[in-house]
Design a protein around this ligand. Sequence first.
Ligand code: SF4
Length: 436
Amino acid sequence: MWRYLPELLAVPVPRYTSYPTAAEFGDAGEDDFLAELDNATGDVSLYVHIPYCHEICWYCGCNTGAANRQKRLAAYLEALTAEIAHVGHLLPRSARVRHIAFGGGSPNAIAPHEFVRLVNTLTVAFSLADPTLSVELDPRSLTEPWREVLAHVGVTRASLGVQTFDPAIQQAIGRVQPIELIERAVDMLRDAGVTSLNFDLMYGLPGQDLDTLHSTLDQAARMGADRIALFGLAHLPAMFPRQRRIDCSTLPGAFERFRMMEEGHDRLLDLGYQPVGFDHFALPGDPLARAALSGHLHRNFQGFTDDAAPVTIGLGASAISNFPRGIFQNEKNAGAYRELIAAGRQPTARGVARDANDQKRRAVITGILCQGRAAVDEDMLRSASPRLADFFAEGLCTLIDGELVLAPDALPYARGIAACFDRHRADSQRNFSNAV
Ligand code: SF4
């Protein structure tokens, strides 16, 4: 049983899908991005962002808008196609693309033939090395033509936004999708050749309790999800005004959320899943479970991953590119993004350089979150010690032969322990969600 230590969970902490985090992004721009691109070699991954959805869910914290105007969608795709061609032209041919991920928003907010056109553009622009294709999908707009297209282009990994199967909770978060609709989506994806299927699920939802959480997890397992990401709802209505439609009086409290995280974890292990990092689970045999077991798990902007590429190039509005020495984000606003592309500019809007010290800290933070252990030198330990003291005192981590090792019950505290090595978090903890 996990120990509930509210004082160690009280401070909001980053999810560390990058280090430094997006909160540190500043002036690094177009020229810095182009210099990193010019140096890229070896394995590269691509992330293509579609910032539109047919229906906007009330809890959503993503950069997405309504896909209700065809002209706007067409203009966005035209800009995205131009960016793909431009970046592909600049990337050295020695860089080989092994993963392409489509995310959003909902990539299936665009027409299926537009998706094929995007894949064709990527094929022409980049040096592809039989890449693994993955797509985030909204089951509410997954149609038969989409099934055909996914099969045609060879998508093998898909992620469905499910969140909960409970009809009353679906109403409360503005995302109604009957169980039959999800079953149909699963059948279509399997038929299309998807071999690794993820369900995004949530705890901490309005009106949710342990029983409704359990039945959602059981249902997800019955449907054969290969992977499950179980996230806590990040309710930040000041940052995301659309969340104001959620009735806060029905949200579970901090202790209930903690128990949901624990019970969810235990239930999924009982159902045969292996834990992956602090919020992912995968069936044995899935590439993500294999990566976790073999110590080859990584973390990027999409969460825990088996993708080991040192470079990810983000394409589209708000997409983030990651290089060993820097992180860059494209202009977030889709209209401003289109204008930059139309002016022949690279749409990089902000970013942060990663120096040798950042690289060391990044290795420690990633090790803690992905493997539950990380080698730490004296300097690193000294700078983290004041904040680490309480975690040591509670026995949540210990030092063994120069490695910081997390205790088996330290999972809910992993982000808090990792944050002790974040040199930017000493003063400000704002703009992050709770650790649980
Ligand atoms: S489908 Fe996903 S990205 Fe779109 S509004 Fe809902 S949660 Fe946000």
